[in-house]
Design a protein around this ligand. Sequence first.
Ligand code: KIV
Ligand code: ZN
Length: 582
Amino acid sequence: MHKKNITKYKPFPAVDLPDRQWPNRRIERAPIWCSVDLRDGNQALAIPMNIKEKLEMFQTLVDIGFKEIEVGFPSASETEFAFTRLLIENDLIPPDVTIQVLVQAREHLIHRTFEAIRGARQAIVHLYNSTNPLQRRVTFGLSKAEIKEIAVKGTRLVKELVPEVKDTLIRYQYSPESFSDTELEFSLEVCEAVMEEWQPTEEAPIILNLPATVELSTPNVHADQIEWFCRNMKERSKAIISLHTHNDRGSGVAATELGLMAGAGRVEGTLFGNGERTGNLDIVTVALNLYTQGIAPGLDLSDLNTLRESYERTTRMVVHERHPYAGELVFTAFSGSHQDAIKKGMDQMDPTPGAHWQVPYLPIDPDDIGRTYKAIIRINSQSGKGGVAYIMEVEFGLELPKKMHPEFSAVINRIADEGSKELQPEEIKAAFYQEYIDLNKPLSLESYKISTRPDDHRHITFTADIIVEGKKIFIEGVGNGPIAAFVDALDGAGLKGFHLTDFRQHAITKGSAAEAIAYIEIQREKDKQMFWGASIDGNIELAGLKALVSACNRAWVSEMPTRLATDAASSDLVLQEKGEQS
Ligand code: KIV
Ligand code: ZN
């Protein structure tokens, strides 16, 4: 690259339009969409689509709602010709869909194009020739007048051939190719000469497609060009102004959006922006951008995964992981603060159908385009507590108490860090089971019995065989519920060196088995450290008891002395058992 005095390139000239109107306008409705996947897209593929793939692509485009589809350049190759014929002869074009065929302004090609469309219900004949100074000079060596004459003569021939396809309603489109760097006055002069020849009406308007064949300027310049053209042309009402942006500077979408604000009513582009060099305009992105502004795009993009899959199969192209809306990672948050915010947003979303979507970091509800919440949060060593809790809740129906989130999230971050990897939901679940549920050493509950006390209805008696560090011990205690009585029994055996500080349980809504999970938090007396335990069981009472075992074992494993508090005051116990009779 040159370091200074870059004389090799020049800034793109501004358009003299001081009273431009487009910056104050908004896009209020969807444009007419025209797919050029089967032409501009196809001609840019390393291995062009074969007829079978083209058919699949055509069907996909029809299915998502395109009403105008450029099916190819039938005069350019036998395959393109055959494909157009196949569609027509097999009646594969729905009555409300118009096929479009591209042709250069050359006599024999125009004739061949008319042979290709014979028998179609309706067709747009799309004629183009290059109009910009560079191509006039280096490619054609022609004057402005000669370039204009090519467009006019081509138009005349199309008009003459229309009566030869009586059963076909012909619409006409003209593109001054490389409009983006053609002098505006000259583009207008050529287009008006074409209109003069074609004689469009308000009922049967011409389509003037103004391509940014190569994107050379900032999108505002493109919008100025479109507004300038719309304001200066004669008989504006007899033309549909169409945009056809490419993406050389990476702003094809922006250029199209500003072009719509500047007065265009039709947009040509491809799925996911496939096309020559950096591609054509990505229609999916523009359509979904409209959708997120509350404007019905007129295309059904509610199953973006299937659309992407079909696109990738037929074109052999790959949609980038960060591609707007469709990319694999678009609904994935790696950062903890993003995960927290997303979870809060999801939790606080008004469930009323049609309620305003307000979730931080997600400009669209993934569900609307067939993406799942499942992929929203993936866990690595940087993930926050909210993300881990979110996975546990949405994937497995386990609503970890908020106070437990930091503890479990630290476990997960450690595992992710040690393995230097991202953890999948199943691995997070396995870690949860290993850390809490499957913990039955050094303490385990072998069997237990609960009996009521005839003289005291407020308390129950709890007896159990427990194993402590391999030795079986019989314990007995009294309490206002099973857990309190179990704690009392541990105390009686000299095994209590903690306060019970929290207890919750809930039914597990995911999965087929009717199970409950209980969570218990204890505070170790000697150092005031907090430990959570958890257990799952079909018997809700047993789930609670085993959750206490889990908490004790976690505290124990982290060096709780076995014979802790022979003198521990059991009156210190803070017990909050939910759903128990006192
Ligand atoms: O990019 C372009 O200019 C084209 C024309 C043929 C419309 O594809
Ligand atoms: Zn193009």
